[in-house]
Ligand binder design. Structure first.
Ligand code: NCD
Length: 352
């Protein structure tokens, strides 16, 4: 692997993804073989947003590799509550650790953290933007339960606007041939435009689960991201629109795989949990092995490559209120390498 930080899977090659997935499979088959692989190393988890699975699976992963953990799961218990900025926190903590995991409510925060870190940084979710380690978990799950990552018809249901797991997954799965996507959401919560354009032609839209569930090989359910709505009323209008229940499962193929990054609120009826096509609890378990593989590769290989961020032109400024630059402007505007489209913020990817 050439790149030091796991911020966006697009920074890595397909070979790198396969390398992570093969190693994860190897660890899953025989975890004891790796039980002291990172003896003496320290992982720092900086969680500025709530988490159960992601933080605990990272910590368990490090412990199962023989390493140790430091960090916080609530910024109010750290110097951030005294007003410390992201740059200083990252600088300090990366000096104490060998690898750092960050989850933060602002989009682009993980990329920003990587600029200030002395050790590799892993993005564990940056606002409504990306969640690459969840996606590697999803790929690992699909490989295990479907036996392939290509020629799949994938339904994405729920909050496609703010759901960072969906954003990372659609990007990743569109790198494999023959995949087709069905977007199942209200018009208000559909996929952001830049992702639709990037993903290309293989997208259909459907406004009812009943109408399209029968065509799907994979159904990726998501919760409505309550915390990213401007008002409670707006959230209330979106809540409960799509609910997967036993009746709808009767319309689905016998080998459908239902995934969900969890937490589930009410979008999957608990009666579905016992259906063998429901793989979300296994998916959560697999996440730990995938994170063991990611940590092990980044700490032992020590790749030193970085993604090129271009300087902004005079007057170029990201107007996305959810971008990390809005909260921490001293970081300074940077721009992504030109891809033929509009110039985009190097942190949150919004068009400038
Ligand atoms: C997801 C997240 O945080 O984006 N959870 C997770 O990491 N498994 C999904 C969510 O919170 O809805």
């Amino acid at each position: 692997m050439n790149v030091r930080d796991l911020i966006d899977l697009g920074d890595f090659t397909l070979d790198d993804w396969h390398k992570i997935l093969y190693l994860a499979e190897d660890i899953y088959q025989d975890p004891m073989r790796y039980s002291s692989a990172l003896h003496g190393k320290i992982l720092a988890t900086l969680f500025y947003e709530p988490s159960t699975r992601t933080q605990m699976s990272f910590q368990a992963a490090m412990m199962r590799l023989g390493g140790q953990n430091i960090g916080f799961k609530n910024p109010s218990s750290s110097s951030i509550s005294k007003g410390e900025n992201l740059k200083d926190t990252i600088r300090i903590v990366s000096g104490y650790s060998d690898i750092l995991v960050i989850r933060h409510p602002k989009e682009g925060s993980a990329r920003a953290a990587s600029l200030f870190s002395a050790c590799p940084v892993i993005n564990a979710g940056d606002g409504g933007h990306l969640h690459p380690t969840q996606t590697l978990t999803d790929l690992f799950t699909l490989r295990r339960v479907k036996g392939r990552l290509q020629n799949l018809r994938i339904g994405l249901c729920g909050d496609l606007k703010y759901g960072r797991t969906v954003h990372s997954l659609i990007r990743a799965m569109s790198r494999f041939p023959g995949n087709r996507f069905t977007l199942i959401s209200t018009p208000e919560l559909t996929l952001p435009d830049y992702l639709v354009k990037e993903t290309g032609a293989q997208i259909e839209r459907c406004d009812s689960l009943e109408a399209c569930i029968g065509d799907l090989d994979v159904l990726y359910m998501t919760r409505i991201q309550q915390e990213r709505f401007a008002s409670k009323e707006e959230y209330a209008r979106q809540k409960g629109v799509y609910i997967l229940d036993a009746e709808k499962m009767r319309l689905a193929k016998p080998d459908l795989a239902v995934l969900h990054p969890l937490p589930r609120i009410d979008e999957i009826d608990r009666a579905v949990d016992d259906d063998p096509r429901a793989v979300y609890f296994r998916q959560a378990e697999y996440g730990m092995y995938v994170r063991m593989a990611i940590i092990l590769l980044l700490v032992t290989e020590q790749p030193d490559g970085a993604v090129t961020l271009l300087p902004a032109r005079e007057g170029e400024h990201c107007a996305n209120p959810s971008c990390i630059l809005e909260a921490e402007p001293y970081i300074g505007q940077k721009v992504l390498e030109e891809d033929g489209g509009p110039r985009r913020c190097a942190f949150c990817e919004h068009a400038l």
